[in-house]
Every structure is written in structure tokens, then in C-alpha cells.
Design a protein around this ligand. Structure first.
Ligand code: SF4
Length: 372
């Protein structure tokens, strides 16, 4: 039996319902310099000790500002990047320890839908050819059977099978994302990691794609990791939410619990910026909190709590002691927060006062060119 190592996040890997375990996963990218001698002079700490688990049929919404490590984490889960340390287990099997040949059957079960429906499709290949790839690589089928499977797939995601020989440029943005979804769905995966799948689409098209993903989840018992920065979209699709800040999970829990009782000041700040249509639902807690300062560099993140240079509730201890991601008294099981002074029910952050916190030494910026 394997268990994750982080306190309340421990799960029994023999539980048949557990599909994915991310266990203390770290990904550091070297920052190199030197024309003649290649030297690593720093590390971008894109993901720094993230743990969570996911059950069959669940959707985990992963949120956080640009550069927080969400996309890197997506690529670690799908084994597109190797981890620096830690483990990713799929149905109990540690996929971080597998070679390419051993990974082949896992690749069929773990797929990804990318953000950019324009950039993720080869413009010089016909859609039928693009969608034939998974069958040609992983299955032994005749050409006629592959074509039949592809056209069936196109119809299932709302594309006309007659458009088999068209190029991606002949489809709209929403249709191209349907092609991306069809490609991910081709081999009947168990887990699909959706990396900002609707953020490049018009609002009217976003709803269609979200509905399609939900229908497919019901039909094929899919499990999703759904990455987005639009918190309204995440709330709609997710069972649980995980909030990332500078490479770490700072809060996680059931979706309605996080939206109604966020305990981490960063989560509360993000949620305070979500537009609410009905003024009656605007409570003091939802007063807009404007975060000051830039996101610090993951090359040299702040000491203690990484959010402390921007946190409206920061106290001296926040600059020196990193808060563990843990269950707080009174919160439901599964709601974990990494904060020394979590937000209390009814508390408004807009009036919170910071203690004198030492100025952070971390540099700001320096993340250009690193895809996180
Ligand atoms: Fe803010 Fe301190 Fe909590 Fe970090 S630990 S979120 S700085 S109150």
C-alpha cells in the first residue's frame, strides 16, 4: 500500500476509487547562463511540494494567477515533463518511475486538452489525419476501421463527419477545440487534464464546450483536472477546488465550501474579484480586495508563507514559518488551508491590517521565457 506523505492529504492507494495521487511533487527548472560553459545559476521553483488525490469521476478545479505553476503541474500529471522529485500514481502505479515503453498503456488512459485550439493542431494536416494518430499509434486497425472510428468520434463531439478532409483553418475556434477534445477522447481515457480549455474562446462558445465536457464525463465516467483562471467556470464544473500560489497549494476543499467559506486570504482575494450578478449576495466578506505588489519570482520565492508580501493579514511569523496545508478547526473534512491566520466567517479582508513584516528579499519578475 502506498500513501501520500502530507498529513491530511494521505489517501489509501488501495481504494479502487482513487484514480490519481499526486504526492509531494516538485518541479524545478534550471536557469542557465554562459555562452561557452553552460552553468546552472538558479532554479525556477515552478511546483514545490504539491499533493492531492482524485477519485474516479471527480473534477478537480485548479486555480491561481498566471505563473503559479498550474500548467507545469498539468504536464507533470500527464508525464509530459519529468518530476524533479515526488510521485504521480495512476491507479496505484507510480508513473514517474516508468520508461517510455512502460508508459505506453498509461498514455492511452491519461490525456490532455490544451488551451490554444489554434496552436495545438498542425495546420498542414487534415483533421481526419490528426484524429487518426491515436488509433494508428496505439491500436492495430485497418485504414477503413480507423476512418470509421474517427468519423464516429467527430460526430460524438459535435463535428460533421463529412469534414474529415478539411484543414484546421477551415474550422472556427470552438470547432477546433472540439477537435482537441476528440483527439483526447479517441482512446477512451480515464483522466483528461484540461489546461484552460475555454479561455481562448468567445463566451458564447465557452458554454457549449463546457456542456460537451460535462456530457462526455457522464457518458464515459471521465475524471477531469480542470485548469482555469475564470473562477465562475471552475465553480460550474468542479467537485473540488485546489488553489495554487507560487508553486504551492494554499487551499483545497469541496467547491461550495471554498466559494462560501474560503479561509486563505489569497483565495478570499481571488473570489472577491468574481463578479456577482445579484447584489443581494454581496456580503461584507465579498468586498473587493485589491492585492498589492507583483507576484514574486519563483526563482527566489519569499521565506515563510510565500503570500506574505501581498497578504492583508500578514504578521511577523508569516515571514519566517511556512504554514502547513492542514485542516482547520470547524471546517468540514477535506477543507485544508495553509495559513497561520485563516479568514474567519464574517471577517472582511478589506479592513484587515498587516503587522510590520520584514521586507521580502525575493526578486520580482525573472520568469520570462519559462512556461509554467
Ligand atoms: Fe497571510 Fe500569514 Fe496566512 Fe500567509 S500565513 S496567508 S501571510 S496570514
Amino acid at each position: 500500500m502506498s500513501t501520500s506523505t502530507q498529513g491530511d492529504l494521505a489517501v489509501d492507494a488501495t481504494d479502487a476509487q482513487v484514480l490519481l495521487e499526486v504526492d509531494d511533487v516538485v518541479k524545478h527548472f534550471p536557469v542557465r547562463s554562459g555562452a561557452l560553459i553552460d552553468r546552472t545559476h538558479a532554479q525556477v521553483r515552478a511546483v514545490d511540494g504539491v499533493s492531492f488525490s482524485l477519485k474516479v469521476g471527480e473534477t478537480l478545479g485548479l486555480v491561481g494567477e498566471s505563473g503559479c505553476g498550474k500548467s507545469t503541474l498539468a504536464r507533470l500529471i500527464t508525464a509530459l515533463h519529468p518530476v524533479t522529485s515526488g510521485h504521480v500514481r495512476f491507479r496505484g502505479q507510480d508513473i514517474t518511475a516508468l520508461n517510455r515503453r512502460q508508459m505506453r498503456p498509461i498514455r492511452k488512459s491519461v490525456q490532455m486538452v490544451f488551451q490554444d485550439p489554434y496552436g495545438s493542431l498542425n495546420p498542414r494536416r487534415r483533421v481526419g489525419s490528426i484524429l487518426s494518430d491515436p488509433f494508428s499509434v496505439h491500436e492495430k486497425m485497418s485504414r477503413a476501421e480507423v476512418k470509421r472510428q474517427v468519423q464516429e468520434l467527430m460526430a460524438r463531439v459535435g463535428l460533421s463527419p463529412e469534414h474529415f478532409n478539411r484543414f484546421p483553418s477551415e474550422f472556427s475556434g470552438g470547432q477546433r477545440q472540439r477537435i482537441g477534445i476528440a483527439r483526447a477522447l479517441a482512446l477512451r481515457p480515464d483522466l483528461i487534464v484540461c489546461d484552460e480549455p475555454v479561455s481562448a474562446l468567445d463566451v458564447s462558445i465557452q458554454a457549449q464546450i463546457i456542456n460537451l465536457l460535462e456530457d462526455l464525463q457522464d457518458e464515459f465516467m471521465l475524471t477531469y483536472v480542470f485548469i482555469a483562471h475564470d473562477l465562475s467556470v471552475v465553480r460550474h464544473v468542479s467537485d473540488r477546488i485546489a488553489v495554487m500560489y507560487l508553486g504551492k497549494l494554499v487551499e483545497t476543499g469541496p467547491v461550495e465550501e471554498i466559494y462560501s467559506n474560503s479561509r486563505h486570504p489569497y483565495t478570499a482575494s481571488l473570489l472577491s474579484a468574481v463578479p456577482v450578478a445579484d447584489q443581494a449576495f454581496r456580503t461584507a466578506r465579498r468586498e473587493r480586495v485589491i492585492l498589492t505588489g507583483d507576484v514574486p519570482s519563483p526563482v527566489n520565492p519569499p521565506s515563510g508563507c510565500r503570500f506574505h508580501p501581498r497578504c492583508p493579514k500578514a504578521q511577523a511569523i508569516c515571514a519566517t514559518e511556512e504554514p502547513p496545508l492542514e485542516h482547520k478547526t470547524g471546517d468540514p473534512i477535506g477543507h485544508l488551508t495553509a495559513c497561520h491566520f485563516p479568514v474567519n466567517p464574517g471577517e472582511t479582508l478589506a479592513n484587515a491590517s498587516r503587522d510590520a513584516v520584514p521586507a521580502p528579499e525575493a526578486a520580482v519578475g525573472a520568469t520570462e521565457g519559462v512556461d509554467q
